[in-house]
Design a protein. Sequence first.
Length: 290
Amino acid sequence: MSTTTTGPALRAALDADVDRLLSAEPDVREDLPDSVHQMRVATRRLRSVLRSYRKVLRRSETDELRDELRWLAGLLGEARDAEVRAERFTALADERTGAQRRAGRQLAKAERTRYTTAHRTVVDELDGERYARLRERLDRLRNRPPLRRKRARKDAAKHFSGVLRDDFRRVRRLVRDEPEVEESERTEHMHDIRKAAKRLRYSADAAAPVLGGPAEELSSRAKKLQSVLGDHRDAVEAMDTIRARAVTAATRGTDTTGYEGLYEAESDAARKSLEQYPAAATFLRHKYGN
C-alpha cells in the first residue's frame, strides 16, 4: 500500500484518464476497429472518477467538465451502440438460414448505415469549437487540477478507501432492492446496478496504485458484474430494435417470421445473462473495508 497524500494520487489517476481519452481520438478519426468504444470508455471513466472523488475537487470547475464529458459520451454512444447491434445481428444471421438469415442481414445493414452516419457526426464534432473547448479543459485538468488543498493533503489510502466504501455500498443497496422492484421496472433497475458497478470499477482502478491488491480485486469483481449486466442490456436493446423493425414490416404487409425468430434468440440471450447475475453479485454479500 502506498503512503502518499490524496492530491498527487488523484492527479496521477486523472492524468492517466485524460491521456487515455485523448490518445483514442486519432484512431476514432481514422475509424479504426474498436476506437469509438475505447474513446467512449475513456470518457465515461474520467467522468466517473470526477464524480466519485468530487470531495477532493472544486465542483464549480468540475461539474461543467462532467457535463461536457456526458455530451461527448453521448455522441460516441450513438455510434458504438449501432456498431454493437450490427455485430450482434451479423452473428445471428450467420447462425441461421432462410427468413431469419435474411432478417438478420437486413438489421445488420441498417445498423451499419446508422453507425456510418453517427461516426460522421462524431468526427464533425471533434472538429468543432465545443470539443476544442473540452480539450482545453482537459489540459487544465491535467496540468492544474482544481484540488481542494486541505483535503488534497490528507492520507490517500484513507480517502480512497472511503470512496470505494461509498461506491460499494451504492451497488449493494441497489442489488438488495432488486427483488422488490416491479417487473415492469426491472430492466431499468438492472441497468442502474450495471452503472453503479461500473462506477465502482473505475473508482477502484483509480485507487489501485494506492491501495494495491484489495482495490484490484474489487475492480475485477465489479467488472464481472458490469459485464454480465452489459450483456443483458445489449440483448434487451437488440430486442427493441428487432421489435420496431418487425412492426414496420407488419404495417407494410411483409412477413415477420424472420424477425420473430431473432427476437426469441435475443430474449433467450437476455435470460441467460441474468442467470449469471446472482453469482456475479456474490461479492456484495460481504462488507468492504472496516
